[in-house]
Design a protein around this ligand. Structure first.
Ligand code: ZN
Length: 133
């Protein structure tokens, strides 16, 4: 099973509005959606670049996953999301090969996509997300 492309790159930011302004005014991208994902305790902003999106993540709670990440490492690249046609199958296959999963089953992420995270201990240090319809 092979991913079709990098669905998005997740970037932890300290201030969503300031970061949107950087991506729009310096890089020339256009933010097409801002969305709060309550169970992840984040506000997100999306930019499209070819098949790949950039997902900015601002914490809405210091105890949430992005709040803790920024506290430990500061703002920066947080995760890579690979596009799979069947996220559930892709997660099962990874687990069968000994990968530690954060999500055993796909759950609903931003933009209504099905997502699941692999544990960075099992993914060469890069927090990895599988993402699909
Ligand atoms: Zn993501």
């Amino acid at each position: 099973m092979k991913p079709s492309h990098i669905e998005h790159i997740g970037i932890a930011v300290a201030n969503l509005e300031e970061s949107i302004s950087y991506y729009e005014n310096i890089l020339g991208l256009e933010c097409y959606a801002v969305e709060e994902v309550k169970d992840q305790k984040v506000r997100t902003a999306f930019f499209r670049l070819g098949d790949t999106k950039i997902e900015l993540l601002e914490s809405t709670d210091p105890d949430g996953p992005i709040g803790k990440f920024i506290e430990k490492k500061g703002p920066g690249v947080h995760h890579l999301a690979f596009a799979y046609r069947d996220v559930g199958e892709a997660l099962k296959l990874a687990e069968s090969k000994g990968v530690q999963l954060i999500d055993k089953e796909p759950r609903k992420g931003a933009e209504g996509l099905r997502i699941g995270f692999l544990h960075p201990k099992s993914t060469q240090g890069v927090l990895t997300e599988f993402c699909g319809e």
